[in-house]
Design a protein around this ligand. Structure first.
Ligand SMILES: O=C(O)c1cc(C(=O)O)oc(=O)c1
Length: 315
């Protein structure tokens, strides 16, 4: 299953392509479920990857994303700007516009973005901007520039999505807690799940959410965070005796149970930069009941919360 990148692009060495034959989940998603974190890559021939990118992926088109949505049983998507596209939001915006209202987006913008451009993005379905602090993915944007952007997008009712490593939270705390909008943390702030759940690092993350009612978290990416697995590999059966990514479960479940109204879930398809395996997205959906064990928690995580943030006019 080689998906060679189109146009003039060659994939980063060792790149793992997304899996083309995901299983049908055993877990039935609630009606109206939103995949609140996924990406499109290119296609490179149509939407070139950014010169400043840190990786070159395989292509992953909007049509392929929407086929996955239908296969898994999601009703809607939130398409998050991938760092390989830098601040060129055309592929993400094209995906939103082509979705018939079933996708909203999160953009990456620079200080030079005009109010008119922001309004055009809003009309296309963009509802947030992403600030990335993961060193392997981006060169840093100065915090004063980001704060200025946050102030401008807050006027449109947008929120800020932040991506960072757990060890960097202390240094970023003052900046994050000064943001004037709803703040959504990608992938639970990437906890090191080999450390104790009641250790200082994860306690600081929980304190961040407890003390700041505007902070939400995506409880996504067990396949990225897990150290011990087992992995949800293509071809495996759902309902393995011990389930998948067991070391992540207590962390994600704690966040879901303590903050049921401020959590989101997404597939993270097409799973950029995974190094050792590519998960079966059907089995990732089957992971959800482990971290949100009741129907009420599942409805909040998958329907009520993302609708409040991305389609508030329908709530
Ligand atoms: O951990 C990652 O490598 C990663 C990368 C990106 C991106 O490149 O945008 O997005 C994610 O959600 C996760």
């Amino acid at each position: 299953m080689s998906k060679n990148t189109s146009g003039d692009f060659t994939k980063t060495a060792g790149w793992l392509d997304w899996y083309t034959g995901p299983s049908k989940p055993t877990f039935q998603l609630p009606a109206g479920a939103v995949d609140a974190h996924c990406h499109v890559f290119g296609p490179g021939a149509e939407f070139p990857y950014a010169p400043e990118r840190k990786y070159t992926p395989c292509d992953a088109s909007k049509a392929e994303l929407y086929a996955l949505r239908d296969h898994l049983g999601f009703a809607r998507n939130v398409v998050v700007q991938a760092t390989c596209h830098g601040a060129d939001n055309r592929a993400m915006i094209d995906a939103c516009v082509s979705s018939g209202g079933k996708a909203r987006g999160v953009a990456t913008v620079r200080r030079s973005v005009t109010d008119e451009e922001l309004q055009t993005m809003h009309d296309a379905g963009v509802r947030g901007v992403r600030f990335n602090f993961v060193k392997r993915l981006v060169d840093f944007t100065p915090k004063d520039e980001l704060m200025e952007i946050a102030g401008r997008i807050s006027k449109l009712g947008w929120h800020v999505v932040i991506y960072f490593e757990a060890v960097d939270l202390p240094e970023l705390w003052d900046f994050f807690t000064a943001l004037p909008t709803t703040v959504v943390v990608d992938h639970m702030g990437r906890p090191d799940v080999s450390k104790p759940i009641d250790g200082p690092e994860f306690e600081l993350f929980l304190k961040f959410m407890h003390e700041h009612g505007n902070v939400w978290s995506k409880v996504s990416c067990p396949e990225r965070l897990s150290v011990t697995g087992p992995k949800a590999l293509p071809g495996q059966l759902s309902g393995e005796p011990d389930g998948y990514y067991q070391d992540v479960v207590p962390f994600a479940r704690r966040v879901v149970e303590e903050f049921p109204d401020r959590v989101l879930w997404g597939t993270d398809w097409p799973h950029p930069n995974l190094k050792d395996h590519m998960p079966d997205d059907g089995l990732l959906v089957d992971f959800i009941p482990q971290i949100a064990p009741t129907a009420e928690l599942q409805r909040k995580l998958l329907v009520d919360n993302p609708m409040k943030l991305y389609w508030p006019e329908e709530v």
